[in-house]
Design a protein around this ligand. Structure first.
Ligand code: UD1
Ligand code: UDP
Length: 368
């Protein structure tokens, strides 16, 4: 059986890496890795941590390119590789433009498609944008739907997908997280080692969603900036996404403040270990909403909708929207009220047990 794994951005790489590891150990399976490189540096960081050397690298990255450019370049590049390799199954993960392009390129060659992280729905095609649409469009083309949770399975059943094509596996991000988290971790960045995680309340911030760029992001950063002014024991670490549109807002709002660390994107290992050490997470990321509950870290989700309500229901995540007031009030509450903090700071596992990749590979072998 020949399985071709296609991915292009940081989160897909993180969540596909554990599957690649399991596939490569399986003697009955030949594994081909093809990256579109929709991301470049942020993808390469993950490839090197997991020691994955792609068989094909389409190198489509260009800074500032449009969704249409990403989609068309990826489909054209993938067509050639699929025709050459003739895989039995092509695996894609998640909701990025690479995922949809990968599924479409496979469909055009009548290659079976496995969709990892299937069935998440926010219910709004414009939030997350364009991810909600990418995930739904990929679902239509997929033959195997690897749903992380029962809710995701239910979402697919509501859309009339055949029950026998849907498999609950857990999310492979938890497999990756278990690989990366270390006891007594020391950073290779002095600025992070210098922070006293015991006596300071460290807020870890990430933000990159397309629909937040502009005013919503300004609101988010302003609320955090004012919280830093109010609480002298608060420090912020923001490993900034490489998108210049994100960085421009960050530099404008945060300016120069010794308690706000605007740093480069971290490798996955230091990043997850920083998550484990911080006090509160503020994010619009999908992956962080899944990782934070496992680590028992309160996460304020700065989005209007989430396709990952399990963390909210478990009490570790709170959907606070993108207004200044809402984020400021929620941070203020968590920093001033220990009981409120403790209510959210509990480790739960709604997204998986770390064995999702093994399940996916077993399912592929049993359902050839
Ligand atoms: C993409 C995905 C999004 C995912 C996110 C993870 C789409 C449409 N979006 O969003 O679903 O949540 O990745 O981070 O598929 N850049 C670099 N180097 C890199 C990566 C990005 O310089 O390694 C900069 C470039 O200026 C690039 C910009 O970031 O144009 C945006 O990258 P793009 O892949 O278009 O979208 P993301 O916002 O990263
Ligand atoms: N991450 C990382 N370094 C960073 C920020 C995030 O390795 O500096 C990891 C994080 O642990 C998570 C993933 O990247 O697994 C999330 O990626 P991102 O937020 O870019 O995308 P999303 O999950 O929103 O699609």
């Amino acid at each position: 059986m020949k399985v071709m794994c296609v991915f292009g951005t940081r989160p897909e790489a993180i969540k596909m890496a554990p599957i690649v590891k399991v596939l490569k150990k399986e003697p009955e399976i030949e594994t081909i890795v093809c990256v579109t490189a929709q991301h470049r540096e942020m993808l390469d960081q993950v490839l090197s941590l997991f020691n994955i050397v792609p068989d094909y690298d389409l190198n489509i990255f260009k800074s500032g390119q449009s969704l249409t450019e990403i989609t068309t370049k990826a489909i054209i590049g993938l067509e050639e590789v699929i025709i050459k390799e003739k895989p039995d199954v092509l695996l894609v993960q998640g909701d990025t433009t690479t995922v949809f392009a990968g599924a479409l390129a496979a469909f055009y060659q009548k290659v079976k498609i496995g969709h990892v992280e299937a069935g998440l729905r926010s219910g709004n095609l414009y939030s997350p944008y364009p991810e909600e649409a990418n995930r739904k469009l990929t679902g239509i083309l997929a033959n195997y739907h690897f749903a992380p949770t029962e809710r995701n399975r239910q979402n697919l059943l509501k859309e009339d997908y055949p029950e026998e094509d849907i498999f609950i596996t857990g999310n492979t991000v938890i497999d990756a997280l278990q690989y990366a988290i270390k006891e007594d971790y020391t950073f290779n960045i002095q600025e992070l080692n210098d922070i006293d995680y015991e006596s300071k309340n460290v807020i870890l911030l990430t933000s990159h969603r397309r629909e937040n760029i502009g005013k919503p992001m300004e609101n988010i950063f302003s609320a955090i900036s004012d919280i830093v002014k109010k609480y002298e024991d608060v420090e912020v670490v923001f490993p900034m996404h490489l998108n210049p549109k994100v960085r421009d807002v960050a530099y404008k709002v945060f300016g120069d403040n010794s308690r706000i660390h605007l740093i480069e994107p971290l490798d996955y290992e230091p990043f997850t270990n920083l998550m484990a050490k911080c006090h509160i997470i503020v994010t619009d990321s999908g992956g962080l909403q899944e990782e934070a509950p496992t680590l028992g870290k309160p996460v304020l989700v700065v989005r209007e909708e989430t396709e990952r309500p399990e963390g909210v229901e478990a009490g570790t995540a709170k959907l606070v929207g993108t207004s200044y007031d809402s984020l400021y009030e929620n941070l203020d509450l968590l920093l001033s009220n220990e009981a409120e903090y403790d209510k959210m700071a509990k480790a739960v596992n709604p997204y998986g047990d770390g064995k999702a990749s093994e399940r996916i590979v077993e399912i592929l072998l049993e359902n050839k």
